[in-house]
Write a protein that binds this ligand. Sequence first.
Ligand code: ZN
Length: 129
Amino acid sequence: MSDKKLRDLAQEASTRSYSPYSKAKVGSAVETDDGHVYQGCNIENSSFGGTVCAERVAIWKAVSEGHKKLKKVYVYTIDGWPPCGMCLQVMTEFSSLDMEITFGDKAGNEKTKKLGELLTHAFTPDHLK
Ligand code: ZN
């Protein structure tokens, strides 16, 4: 899938964000190694601890449908925020450290980084073997 299409899907997902507390609308689209694409939006909760990021919603949708290998992740926010540390940690479970993550903003600016660049010295499943 093209980066433009993945961006469009992430931006679309952000419109479904449930973020009454932060007002931050985040959308994500993840592509699996076999070409399936899943969207996610951030979902906040009044307990705050129950809040989940857009990236993890998209990843959990993919995994729950049997797709456990991620190929690409796109994150859309108004200001182009990168994924948080917890989302990066979850990504290490289902992708290689070479996987590209793009984060884009409303103005169309984008940054693309490898997972291993964003989460240096990552704790991976290999540590538990
Ligand atoms: Zn996150």
